[in-house]
Design a protein around this ligand. Sequence first.
Ligand SMILES: Nc1ncnc2c1ncn2[C@@H]1O[C@H](COP(=O)(O)OP(=O)(O)OP(=O)(O)O)[C@@H](O)[C@H]1O
Length: 319
Amino acid sequence: MPISAENSVPIIFVRDVNKTYAGGFQALKKINLEIKRGEIFALLGPNGAGKTTLISIICGIVKASSGTIIAGGHDIVRDYRAARASIGLVPQELYTDSFESVWATIKFSRGLFGKAPNATYLEKVLRDLSLWDKRDAKIMTLSGGMKRRVLIAKALAHEPTILFLDEPSAGVDVELRHDMWRMVRELREQGTTIILTTHYIEEAEDMADRIGVISQGELIVVEDKDVLMRKLGKKQLMLTLRQPMTSIPAELSVWPLALSDDGHTLVYSFDSQKEETGIAELLRTLGEHNIEFKDLRSSESSLEDIFVSLVHQPKEALE
Ligand SMILES: Nc1ncnc2c1ncn2[C@@H]1O[C@H](COP(=O)(O)OP(=O)(O)OP(=O)(O)O)[C@@H](O)[C@H]1O
């Protein structure tokens, strides 16, 4: 999407949002977040971290205890209808046991947001989701996967500029996942902003422009995916030894080395950001001590490794 003054303004502002549920549990702690127009933003976090709560607040389903949210230029409390009209939400749960047909349901959804009928657009949405043949079927007769497709069609029926997908891949088959991600990419190309939560971290690694990590109600990181991977990613060099070891020799104790349980592999962790990785010196030192290896390979941490270290030792990971 071309950069212009209009699309450089974030499409969602979340300011100092707190949420304490009726029982006294604080699910969100002072969340501040800006979502850029036209980006794919992945919100990651372990179970119960507060992802659905945050999405539900932005979509006006749950009320924040304090704080302000502007979505699509509208305050979500003072100007709820206008804010909500700019948002499409694909929720986690399937509450679609309706007697209505697929077509009637999405037509109704569009009307709810005050949009003029547009059969051509709705047909495209159904075709893109392979639902066109099912347009006259009653929703309650559809399979779980088909119902999920209907939820996506419903969310898109009023042509929202912001689309939320809450755990879109949970329990869906490969085909639907492919269709969904193809659509998401297409929507992004047309300028739609997409915010998703997912437990499939490889998916966020594939799809997202930026990543937010939420843990115990706090947003601990918001970063460009590539920057995050570069900044927090660690590399490892694995050396398969010619002779297994029972422990790391004392002369190598200054090196950050680990030995595999079977004693066959030495693992050297290094910071790929640094100019000096230390590999050349390590290999020289091994040679001096007649430690021979028969194979050598390197690996890079995945977003999943980074996510796990962030959630378990946020301070260490961010230092
Ligand atoms: N209506 C509610 N009343 C009280 N506590 C709630 C309510 N809804 C959610 N919570 C609690 O708030 C916390 C955050 O829940 P939330 O559903 O936002 O997490 P999540 O990150 O979406 O988790 P998951 O990955 O499991 O979907 C959890 O501890 C949950 O038990």
